[in-house]
Design a protein around this ligand. Structure first.
Ligand code: R5P
Length: 264
C-alpha cells in the first residue's frame, strides 16, 4: 500500500484506537431530501466535530460544508439511480480527478452483489481501485443496499469478500446474526452501516455487537441524524467505538447528555 493511501486511511481509522465513527450523510444521492437531512448544512455542521469522517456527495460538500472543516471526507462517487428505479443500475458519477481536487480522504461506491446490474457495479469498483492505487486514494465499498437483499451472514459474507477480493480498502455492510463470520471472511477493515432508524438503545447494542465481532467502526447515518438528540447519540456511539463502553454505559451517557441539553 503506498504512503499516500496509508496516510489517508489513517485520517479515517484513528491510529490511537484503530477505530472510526463515520457519519453517513449521502442518502440524498438516491433518496432525495431524506428525513433529518432536508437542510444538509443544518444537520451536518453541528455533528461534524464528533465524526472521524463524513461520507457525502460532492454536491453536498460544495454547498453545505465549509472548506476549512477539519473532519476528513469520504466522497460518494457512485450513483445515477433513484428510489423510483432499479437501484443496482449505478455507475461512477464523480471522477478521481475531482476527488483529488476536493482533497478527500477516500472515495465510496456501492456494489450490488446479486442485483440486476451486479457486474457493472463490480467492474466500477475494480476501476476505482486501479485509480485509487494510482493516486493514493482509498476506496470504500458499500454492500447490500437495496430492498430485496437477504441480509444474512451468508449473503453479506459473499458480498464483503468479493469487495475485498476486488481491492476495496474498507468495506461497509449491515449487521447480521453471525457477523463475526462476515468479518472473518473479509481481509480488510469493515464498518457497519446503521440502517433504518431504531430506538437509540437498540442502535447502541448494534454498535457494541459489531465492534465486538471485529468491525473497526461504524458508518452510521439515520440512527444518528434522525435521533431527537443527534449530538448525545454520536457521543454515545463514540464511547463504544473508541472508549470500550458497553451498550448500557453508552445508553446511560446518551440519556445524561440529552437531559443536560433539555433539562426538565
Ligand atoms: C447508502 O447507500 C448510503 O451509503 C448510506 O450512507 C448508508 O445506508 C448508511 O447510512 P444508514 O446508517 O442511515 O443506513
Amino acid at each position: 500500500m503506498n504512503w499516500g493511501l496509508k496516510n489517508r486511511l489513517s485520517k479515517i481509522i484513528k491510529p490511537n484506537t484503530g477505530h472510526t465513527v463515520m457519519l453517513a450523510v449521502d442518502h440524498g444521492y438516491f433518496q432525495g431530501p431524506t428525513t433529518g437531512l432536508k437542510i444538509p448544512r443544518k444537520t451536518i455542521q453541528p455533528l461534524a466535530p464528533y465524526a472521524d469522517a463524513l461520507m457525502l456527495t460532492r454536491g453536498i460538500l460544495r454547498t453545505s460544508i465549509d472548506a476549512n472543516i477539519e473532519t476528513p471526507v469520504v466522497l460518494r462517487v457512485s450513483g445515477g439511480t433513484s428510489i423510483l428505479k432499479e437501484l443496482s443500475n449505478e455507475g461512477i458519477t464523480t471522477s478521481m480527478e475531482e476527488a483529488i481536487r476536493l482533497n478527500v480522504s477516500a472515495v465510496a461506491l456501492s456494489i450490488f452483489v446479486g442485483g440486476e446490474y451486479e457486474k457493472q457495479t463490480l467492474l466500477s469498483l475494480s476501476k476505482l481501485v486501479d485509480e485509487g492505487e494510482r493516486y493514493g486514494i482509498p476506496v470504500l465499498a458499500v454492500t447490500a443496499v437495496g430492498r430485496e437483499m437477504a441480509r444474512d451472514a451468508r449473503y453479506l459474507g459473499l458480498a464483503c469478500r468479493i469487495a475485498a477480493e476486488l481491492g476495496a480498502h474498507i468495506v461497509k455492510t449491515y449487521f447480521c446474526e453471525g457477523f463475526e463470520k462476515v468479518v472473518e471472511g473479509c481481509p480488510v477493515p469493515m464498518v457497519m452501516a446503521g440502517g433504518k432508524k431504531i430506538p437509540e438503545k437498540e442502535a447502541l447494542h448494534l454498535t457494541f455487537n459489531a465492534i465486538h465481532a471485529g468491525a473497526v467502526g461504524v458508518d452510521m447515518g439515520r440512527n444518528i441524524f434522525q435521533s431527537d438528540s443527534p449530538i448525545p447519540m454520536i457521543k454515545a456511539v463514540r464511547s463504544i467505538v473508541h472508549e470500550n463502553a458497553t451498550a448500557d454505559e453508552a445508553y446511560k451517557l446518551f440519556n445524561q447528555l440529552r437531559e443536560e441539553k433539555n433539562p426538565q
